[in-house]
Design a protein. Structure first.
Lengths: 314, 330
C-alpha cells in the first residue's frame, strides 16, 4: 500500500507541472492590468510603469514563471496585492472553513443517499422506490443558491432556530460550529445526495440480481445481512467513483454557498480576489483547490482497494 | 431403500410474464434418500433449476411463486415456513452449490470470510472458531495449502478451485442434503472429473443426500443412483440409473441417450432430437413431447398423459411405453 501511494504521488508531478503553467498563465490571460488596479484611477503612466517594474511584470515571461515556480516550491505564494499579507497565510486561515463545509456536505449526502439508495434499490418499483426517485429528481432540479435562501428564510428568519450567517471554528466551540455549518452543509450536500442516491439505487438493483446474493441467501443469512454486507459493499464501488467526482464539484459549490451564508472560506476569498484582481491570491486559491482535488482523488483510489479487491495492488 | 430425506410432491411453480402467470414447473414429484444421489436431468428451460431452487424457496419472488404441491424435509413441510425458519435450514441442513463459481462467490470478500460466515450464522461461534472450521473444510475439498489460500479472494482462484471452495462453503455445517445445480458445467472436462470424484468421495464419507441437477447424462451415469428426467416443466421418467440407461421408458429419454457422444463411434453423426422445447406459455396439448416425438400418434396430442407407476421406483409419462421397444445406451 505505501508503494501504491508513492506511485500515485509520483504520478502527480507532471500533473502539477501542467497546473502550474495554467495557473501562471492566468497573469497573462486575465483582462486588465493589476498595476492599473493598484495605482488607482488618477495614476500617471509613470506611476503605473513603476508599479509594473516593482512587480516584475516587465521581465520576460519565462523569467517570471521561473521566479514564481521557485517561490511556490518554497511555499511562498507571494503576498496579496491589497492586504500585504502572505497568500499562504490567508489560504491556511480560510482552508479549514471550506474543508469543514465540504466535509459536512459530503456527510449529509452520504447520510441521505445510503439509506435512500438501499431502500429504493432493494425494492425497485415499490412505493418507497418511487418516492426516493422523485425526491432525487427534485433534489437535482433545485439550484443550491435558491435552496440556501429558502433554508435561511425558514430556519433562521422565520423560526430563528439556526443562525443565518457566519462561522465558528470547530476547535473553538463544536456546538456553535454545528449550528453554523448545518444549513450550508445541507444546501451544498443536497444535489450530491440526489446524484449518489440515484447511483446507489442503480448499483443496488444490479448487485441484488447477482448470483452471489442468491448464494448468501442459500447460506441462511437474513435479508438485512445479505443487503448490508453482500450487497452494499459491491454497490459501493461505482458510488465511490461518483463520490470522488462530487467532492470536486462540492469544492466549486462552496464558492456560492459561502457567499450566501457569509462564511469566510476559500470560495469567498476567490470571489473577492477576482473582483480586486488580486492575482497572487487567485493563483493561490487555484493551487490550493488543485491540491485538495488531487488529495480527494487519491483517497478515492485508495478506498477502491478496500471495496474492490480486484484492483488492490500486490 | 433408505427413508426419504427430501420428498417433493406435485410441485407447481409459476412465473409472472408478459403472458400472465405461466406454469414453468408442473406436477413434479421425487424423493431423495439419505446418502442417495438423485439426478434431475433435462434441457435448458425444462424447469430443473427452478425445481431445485424451489426446495430452498430461493426462486425470485416476484416474479416467481410456488403455486402448489408439497416439499417435505425429514417429514417436515417446508412450504409455508416463515423466513426465519427457512433461514435456519438454509446452509445448515440443506446446502446448495451453484453452476457459476465465478459469479456465485462474492468478489468483495475472502474465501475464508465467506465460508466462516455460514458457520458463524448457524453455529454461533466466534470468528476464530469459524476460521478453524473453514480451514477444515478447505482441506476436506482438497484445496492445496489452505492456510495460505483462506485469505485469498475468489478472483485469485482458478475455476476448479472456486468450485471446490463453493462446495467447502456448502459443507461447512455438515448438511444432510446437498443441492448441486450444474456444479461442473462451467468447468474444463478434466477439472469436472476431479470435482465429481470429490463429490462422490465426500458423499461416502459424510453420508449426505445429493440432488444433482444437470443436463449431462454422462455425469449422471458417473454419480447418480436414480434419475428423474424433466421435459417442458414436467417429469417424464424416473428410474434407477442402470434401468434408465439400459431400457428407457420414455421417447425423450431415449432421445437424450442417443444424443450422448460415445467413444469408438467416430465419424458417425450424433443423433439429435428434432425441434426445440416449447415455450412455457404455449405448451402443446396432450403429451408435451409429442411434436418432437418420433413415435407420436394422433391420440398423443389429445389426451393429457398421466405419470404411470411401473413399480420398483420406476415411472414414465408415455401412453405408448408398453408397446414401444426403446433403445438404451451401453
Amino acid at each position: 500500500m505505501p508503494a501504491f501511494i508513492l506511485q500515485r504521488l509520483l504520478a502527480l508531478v507532471p500533473l502539477l507541472f501542467i497546473v502550474s503553467l495554467l495557473v501562471f498563465s492566468l497573469v497573462l490571460l486575465i483582462p486588465g492590468d493589476p498595476a492599473y488596479m493598484l495605482a488607482g484611477e488618477n495614476a500617471t503612466p509613470e506611476e503605473i510603469a513603476e508599479i509594473r517594474a516593482d512587480m516584475g511584470l516587465d521581465d520576460p515571461v519565462l523569467l517570471q514563471y521561473a521566479r514564481w515556480t521557485a517561490g511556490v516550491l518554497r511555499g511562498d505564494l507571494g503576498t496579496s496585492l491589497f492586504s500585504d499579507q502572505p497568500v499562504l497565510e490567508v489560504l491556511l486561515e480560510r482552508l479549514p472553513v471550506t474543508l469543514s463545509l465540504a466535509f459536512a456536505a459530503i456527510l449529509v449526502s452520504l447520510l441521505v443517499s445510503i439509506p435512500a439508495g438501499v431502500i429504493a434499490g432493494t425494492r425497485p418499483g415499490s412505493l418507497a422506490d418511487r418516492l426516493v426517485t422523485l425526491g432525487a429528481s427534485t433534489g437535482l432540479a433545485i439550484p443550491n443558491f435558491w435552496l440556501g435562501l429558502m433554508l435561511i428564510l425558514v430556519f433562521a428568519i422565520w423560526n430563528g432556530w439556526l443562525p443565518a450567517t457566519g462561522y465558528v471554528p470547530l476547535t473553538e466551540h463544536p456546538g456553535a460550529w454545528l449550528r453554523h455549518i448545518l444549513l450550508p452543509a445541507i444546501t451544498l450536500g443536497l444535489s450530491a445526495a440526489a446524484i449518489l442516491t440515484r447511483q446507489l439505487r442503480g448499483a443496488m438493483i444490479d448487485v441484488m440480481n447477482q448470483d452471489y446474493i442468491r448464494t448468501a441467501r442459500a447460506k441462511g443469512l437474513a435479508w438485512r445481512g445479505v443487503v448490508l454486507k453482500h450487497g452494499l459493499k459491491n454497490a459501493a464501488i461505482p458510488m465511490v467513483t461518483i463520490l470522488g467526482l462530487q467532492a470536486n464539484y462540492l469544492l466549486g459549490g462552496t464558492v456560492i454557498v459561502e457567499q450566501i451564508f457569509g462564511m469566510p472560506g476559500l470560495g469567498q476569498l476567490a470571489v473577492a480576489s477576482v473582483f480586486t484582481r488580486d492575482l497572487p491570491m487567485i493563483q493561490g486559491v487555484v493551487i490550493m483547490a488543485v491540491f485538495v482535488a488531487v488529495f480527494v482523488n487519491l483517497l478515492v483510489d485508495i478506498s477502491y482497494g478496500y471495496f474492490n479487491p480486484k484492483v488492490r495492488p500486490r | 431403500m433408505s427413508a426419504p430425506l427430501l420428498e417433493v410432491e406435485d410441485l407447481a411453480v409459476e412465473f409472472l410474464t408478459d403472458h400472465g402467470w405461466v406454469r414453468v414447473v408442473d406436477g413434479v414429484s421425487f424423493s431423495v434418500g439419505a446418502g442417495e444421489t438423485l439426478g434431475l436431468v433435462g434441457e435448458s428451460g425444462s424447469g430443473k433449476t427452478v425445481t431445485s431452487l424451489s426446495v430452498m424457496q430461493l426462486i425470485p419472488r416476484p416474479p416467481g411463486r410456488i403455486a402448489g404441491g408439497s416439499i417435505r424435509f425429514e417429514g417436515r413441510e417446508l412450504l409455508g415456513l416463515s423466513d426465519q425458519e427457512l433461514e435456519a435450514l438454509r446452509g445448515e441442513a440443506i446446502a446448495m452449490v451453484f453452476q457459476e463459481s465465478m459469479t456465485s462467490l462474492n468478489p468483495a470478500f475472502t474465501i475464508g470470510d465467506q465460508i466462516g460466515e455460514v458457520v458463524r450464522r448457524h453455529r454461533g461461534v466466534s470468528r476464530r472458531e469459524a476460521r478453524v472450521r473453514a480451514l477444515e473444510v478447505l482441506e476436506l475439498v482438497q484445496i492445496p495449502d489452505p492456510e495460505a489460500r483462506i485469505d485469498a479472494y475468489p478472483h485469485e482462484f482458478s475455476g476448479g478451485m472456486r468450485q471446490r471452495a463453493a462446495i467447502a462453503m456448502a459443507l461447512a455445517c455438515d448438511p444432510k442434503l446437498l443441492i448441486a445445480d450444474e456444479p461442473t458445467t462451467a468447468l474444463d472436462v478434466t477439472v469436472q472429473a476431479q470435482v465429481l470424484d470429490l463429490l462422490r468421495s465426500l458423499q461416502q464419507r459424510l453420508g449426505m443426500g445429493i440432488l444433482f441437477v444437470t443436463h449431462n447424462l454422462g455425469v449422471v451415469a458417473d454419480l447418480c443412483d436414480r434419475v428423474t428426467v424433466m421435459y417442458a416443466g414436467r417429469m417424464v421418467e424416473t428410474a434407477n440409473v442402470f434401468d434408465l440407461f439400459e431400457s428407457p421408458q420414455h421417447p425423450y429419454t431415449e432421445g437424450l441417450l442417443q444424443a450422448m457422444p460415445q467413444l469408438g463411434e467416430r465419424g458417425k453423426r450424433l443423433a439429435a432430437i428434432p425441434g426445440t422445447p416449447p415455450m412455457p406459455w404455449q405448451m402443446p396439448d396432450g403429451c408435451r413431447f409429442h411434436p418432437r416425438c418420433p413415435y407420436a400418434e394422433a391420440a398423443c396430442a389429445e389426451q393429457d398423459v398421466k405419470l404411470d407407476d411401473l413399480g420398483e421406483g420406476r415411472s414414465t409419462r408415455c401412453r405408448r411405453h408398453a408397446e414401444l421397444k426403446l433403445e438404451g445406451a451401453e
